[in-house]
Design a protein around this ligand. Sequence first.
Ligand SMILES: C[S@@+](CC[C@H](N)C(=O)[O-])C[C@H]1O[C@@H](n2cnc3c(N)ncnc32)[C@H](O)[C@@H]1O
Length: 272
Amino acid sequence: MKKLIKKILIIRRLLDFMNATRYFNKKYFQILKWTFSSREDTNFTYDLTDKNNLELLKIIESCVEVPFEKLQKYLNEILNDDQLKIYLKKKTEESEFKSFADRNISFSRRVGWYVIVRSIKPKIIMETGVDKGLGAVVLCSAILKNKEEGFPGKYYGTDINDQAGYLLDDKYKSVGKIIYGDSIISLKNFEKTIDIFINDSDHSGNYEYQEYLTIKNKLSTKAIILGDNSHATDKLLKFSIENERNFILFREEPKDHWYPGAGIGISFPNKK
Ligand SMILES: C[S@@+](CC[C@H](N)C(=O)[O-])C[C@H]1O[C@@H](n2cnc3c(N)ncnc32)[C@H](O)[C@@H]1O
């Protein structure tokens, strides 16, 4: 009987249609839940699945010279940093923009940024595009931990919006500074050598590429570039090929969220 039904094309395609929708129906349920439980309208936050966290660590392991167990320790450090979460909750509730931020604190792919900073102990980090400052605080908390271990560092963030960065305060601000204005101009004027560069400002491919060209001669020999746009454009990949750098893309798998996930493009010096 089943075989007979499958022979009638229109019925078979209807069954195929229903089969295909199974991949997306859960998303509609998540969208509905999110509509009533979240306050975010952009720059969404969520946790990564456990499997995805391990994938992230294995990818980072191939970019840095740090054993896997240590990378796991760094990941647990940020995931279980209750002091940081309490701080972020408080800053969010005090902010005039609180109706655009969630009460639940999740870091999404920024946990990967944290693990990389803890691993390579950079002296100078530059992040373009600060927004609320969630990435900034995550990065500064890694710098503070490095400092306790005898490796001081400093975070710089750029943003065109003069209200960006309200989360960056208290002890986190002691190692971080925001430079307001257009990123390319700020990068051109920046005179320090950069150990970690994070692109997360204007997400047009052309602007992203211009940022890489602007910082090219300001990078230290072991510098790592993290592209927050690399799941959407080929610019960091292209820059890496042109400059004989390695490139790996990590893709997010958000836990219980409708957003399909962004990624981290990791460009690092060729060991050859
Ligand atoms: C995706 S958000 C950054 C998110 C942030 N990195 C984080 O971890 O949450 C992008 C930010 O880039 C800023 N931006 C957009 N165009 C810019 C430009 N030309 N120069 C500097 N900042 C820019 C926006 O104001 C916005 O705050």
